[in-house]
Write a protein that binds this ligand. Structure first.
Ligand SMILES: [Fe+2]
Ligand SMILES: [Fe+2]
Length: 193
């Protein structure tokens, strides 16, 4: 699915179900980070006009996702807790060497964003299929569709702005690396854990 090489063990959902407060909290931060990534791309790469336009739309969409998750936290009588460390994102975003031309840096950031969207989408799909709470499962089904579109958009921009052959080779390497990282994950009640 989505080019990912290692599917998540469905038993991860059993861990999640025991702690819905934890998954919703972590998820709320993922949506915040998605919005701030889009803002950061707007700030750093103003000359990429089409990207800027799409990122403006994305900021709005991701912040609305944040509100939806936040509302669910409040509905259950909870107050949003502090941010969790996202080991997955920390490891993934160290894959490409730092530096290079502006275009290279942009391509790397777009590929990281595509990958994080793809893995989030895969996790949401699993939640939509396996969660006992059918209302929450339906919520994740809708979000899965949005994140799949974001994955496609980021990958398309990477291919558009970078050299197609080079970008495809980098994407393949990143996917292989991600599969290695994922081998140790799938044991925590967080979106990427
Ligand atoms: Fe989102
Ligand atoms: Fe997204």
């Amino acid at each position: 699915m989505l080019g990912l090489q290692l599917p998540t063990d469905p038993r991860w959902v059993n861990i999640v179900e025991k702690n819905i407060e934890e998954i919703l909290t972590d998820h709320a931060y993922c949506e915040q980070k998605a919005a701030s990534t889009a803002i950061s791309l707007i700030v750093s790469f103003p000359e990429y006009t089409e990207l800027v336009q799409e990122m403006v739309a994305l900021v709005k969409e991701e912040i609305s996702h944040f509100k939806m998750v936040h509302d669910r936290i409040l509905e259950r009588g909870w107050v949003m807790g502090r941010d969790r460390k996202d080991e997955y994102v920390i490891q993934i975003t160290q894959f490409f060497p730092k530096g290079g031309s502006r275009t290279t840096q942009l391509v790397h950031r777009l590929l990281y964003a595509a990958l994080i969207e793809a893995r989030s989408c895969e996790r949401f799909r699993l939640l939509s299929e396996e969660l006992e709470d059918k209302e929450l499962a339906e919520f994740y089904r809708k979000l899965m569709v949005s994140e799949a579109n974001h994955y496609t958009m980021f990958l398309r921009f990477a291919r558009q702005y970078g050299d197609r052959t080079e970008v495809d080779a980098k994407w393949k390497e990143l996917l292989e690396f991600e599969a290695q990282v994922m081998k140790d994950l799938g044991k925590k009640e967080t979106i990427h854990g």
